[in-house]
Design a protein around this ligand. Structure first.
Ligand code: IMP
Length: 429
């Protein structure tokens, strides 16, 4: 197996976790490289559902190594909750779950600041997950962050935490007219306990991964969020605070570009978005409601209803350009089973003129009109199909049209249901 990167091609929630879980079977090491507990990766194995926010989705295979890379902002409390849940299910994590010593910590004050900043923004809210992601990355870039590696030297950690806490307390009290409901001593006590579980797993993951490369192990890079939530290339400012495109794998995992052999774009058969910001093909009507209920489109992290709309090929073509996808995995095709008609956005127009590129600014996006073509639905269940030839003709035509609109990139997988078994491998790697 080549080393594979899995990247969301839309606004996240494309069903990456299922594909990661599926492809993990043939991989040795699964690596997260960006984002934090804002991600909500749902894996369903034989009817049992697991939602991961911090732990890589590949953990469900007992013989795989999972790594949280340096580009991740690490939420220790969330991590321990997931570790405990996995242990309760009898899943052993010994010697196969590692955390980069360079990953920055998301601390409780980051969450309070995230939520305070959102409340303060009134109508300009981003609609964050409230998980402290923006403030934690801001501290990293501002060079005042605290890293997991700092936990290895307790006195050093306490000293850094004390300085940071005083700064944040000043901010919350004087800028946001609010207060923390925890003291510095509460934080110190909390991290003294958390540290026991975390420190044995902290290591130089960059060197670990390099050794794996030397030994020709198969690596799988697990992206979180989606291309249009990228801090540079997404619909800024309605984005997350990390780079989500394939280019950030190198810096976020500590590998060179030659370590990545295939880039698989996860493409949902329609489009969703959670949080604020422009969304050209959004259906704020009954059809959108139907997509939401059929697709179970509620945030895995916040439970918020996701905004739903038709498949937008202009957007996915832009994602292909940004990520260099070599394969596509088409997900949630079964969600469209009961629709009479299904639309695909093929192009945008602005003032009657065709727009070739996905506009880079939200104001540009607000001005465009999406142009659609209509396809007949297939009106039957497809979750038992094991080969593309077993799909109804209208479903095959829909898939082939998406492929054509996506530069004819080979389709690796079509997902026809949430379970591992409900997966059609079209052109295996
Ligand atoms: P933050 O990452 O919590 O700062 O949120 C910024 C934006 O990214 C908001 O619109 C969130 O809803 C969105 N977002 C963050 N993580 C995810 C995700 O995993 N899936 C979908 N949207 C996300």
């Amino acid at each position: 197996m080549p080393n594979i990167a899995i990247i969301g091609s839309q606004w996240g929630d494309e069903g990456k976790a299922k594909i990661i879980d599926y492809l993990s079977e043939k991989s040795d090491v699964i690596i997260r490289f960006q984002g934090g507990a804002n991600a909500g990766h749902t894996v369903i194995v034989e009817g049992d559902q697991f939602i991961f926010h911090m732990v890589p989705s590949g953990i469900m295979y007992p013989d795989k190594v999972c790594i949280i890379g340096n580009g991740v902002v690490f939420d220790a409390e969330q991590f321990i909750a997931e570790v405990n849940a996995l242990r309760e299910k009898g899943i052993s994590l010994e010697d196969r779950l590692f955390i980069s010593d360079l990953a920055h910590l998301v601390l409780p004050y980051h969450k309070v600041l995230d939520q305070a900043s959102e409340s303060n923004m009134k109508d300009a809210k981003i609609g964050t997950t409230g998980r402290g992601i923006g403030p934690a990355y801001a501290d990293k870039v501002n060079r005042i962050g605290i890293r997991t590696g700092d936990l290895l030297d307790w006195h050093n950690f306490v000293s850094k935490l004390s300085t940071a806490f005083e700064q944040k307390r000043f901010l919350i009290e004087n800028v946001y007219n609010s207060s923390f409901d925890f003291s510095l001593n509460d934080l110190i006590d909390k991290y003294k306990n958390l540290r026991e579980v975390i420190t044995p797993k902290i290591c130089d993951t960059g060197s670990y991964i390099f050794n794996c490369l030397q030994q020709k192990k198969n690596l799988l890079f697990e992206g979180a969020q989606g291309t249009f939530l990228d801090i540079d290339h997404g619909t800024y400012p309605f984005v997350t605070s990390s780079n989500t495109v394939s280019g950030c794998i190198c810096s976020g995992a500590g590998v060179g570009p030659s370590a990545i052999h295939e880039v698989v774009g996860i493409v949902k058969a329609y489009t969703t978005r959670v949080g604020n910001g422009p969304f050209p093909t959004e259906l704020a009507n009954e059809t959108g409601d139907k997509l939401r209920s059929e697709g179970g489109e509620f945030g895995a992290t916040t439970g918020r209803p996701r905004r739903c709309g038709w498949f937008d090929s202009v957007q996915v073509r832009k994602a292909i350009q940004l990520n260099g996808f070599t394969r596509i995995a088409l997900t949630k095709l079964d969600v469209l089973n009961s629709f009479d008609e299904i639309k695909i956005c093929t192009h945008y127009t602005m003032n009657g003129k065709n727009i070739e590129q996905f506009p880079s600014s939200p104001t540009g996006l607000e001005k465009i009109e999406p142009g659609f073509e209509t396809h007949p639905g297939w009106k039957s269940g497809i979750s038992q199909c094991k080969k593309i030839s077993e799909l109804p003709e209208n479903a095959i035509n829909y898939v082939r049209r998406i492929q054509e609109l996506c530069y004819n990139i080979p389709i690796l997988i079509i997902s026809v249901g949430p379970d591992r078994s409900q997966t059609i491998e079209v052109e295996p790697l």
